[in-house]
Design a protein around this ligand. Structure first.
Ligand SMILES: [Fe+2]
Ligand SMILES: [Fe+2]
Length: 206
């Protein structure tokens, strides 16, 4: 059984005081299962960053930060949205599950003084994607969905695809998310549909 410190120290090459500060915050704030998810996302994201030549430090920080607001309940999230004066679109207003990503980016700035837009963008869009995804955005979107602790069957196949083709993996994640939301009768953010359509339009062989 790995301890928190064992897991946290796995990627010593990217050891960074900021990362350690975030790690301590997450260890105190998140439930154990969520904390382990974050470390697993970080491990997968950093591995993918190495494979596809993305910035390791930025990928590491984006992954560590992505669920930093996940300890908040819906009320606390809406309070934070008001406090940080986050402008919600009509889809975000009725999708509480999207709020932790937006609030998380604000906490990254406010609590951890992270001001790198590439990191903040990846945190903001890790759940729904965005219309012009950077490589770090894509890696976090995929790793959040497919890290090895995820129990749904699609996680395994997306992990395999991600090792070969990050764009194809992004498409598969969007496809699975849209399918699940349709089955549950929930609102689908247009950014997720744009990720899905964008991948198809870029690659007509799909
Ligand atoms: Fe999340
Ligand atoms: Fe997550």
């Amino acid at each position: 059984m790995k301890t928190r410190n064992d897991r946290a120290g796995r990627h010593e090459l990217i050891a960074d005081p900021k990362s350690e500060e975030i790690n301590a915050y997450l260890g105190a704030k998140l439930e154990e299962k969520r904390y382990q998810h974050v470390l697993s996302v970080r491990d997968m994201a950093v591995d993918l960053a190495g494979k596809f030549d993305a910035d390791l430090q930025k990928t590491n920080l984006a992954a560590m930060l992505h669920d930093c607001a996940r300890w908040m309940n819906t009320r606390q999230l809406f309070d934070a949205v008001a406090d940080y004066e986050i402008g919600l679109d009509e889809f975000e207003r009725i999708s509480a599950s999207l709020l932790h990503a937006l609030v998380g980016a604000e906490l990254a700035v406010d609590v951890f003084s992270v001001d790198d837009e590439e990191i903040l963008s990846a945190v903001r869009s890790h759940t729904k994607g965005n219309r012009a995804m950077t490589l770090v955005d894509k890696i976090l979107f995929v790793a959040d969905f497919a890290e090895p602790n995820r129990t749904y069957p699609e996680a395994e196949s997306v992990r395999q695809i991600a090792n070969e083709d990050i764009n194809q993996a992004v498409f598969e994640v969007a496809r699975h998310k849209i399918t699940t939301l349709l089955e549950k009768g929930l609102v689908i953010h247009p950014d997720t549909i744009a990720v899905y359509n964008g991948a198809l339009c870029e690659n007509t062989d799909l």
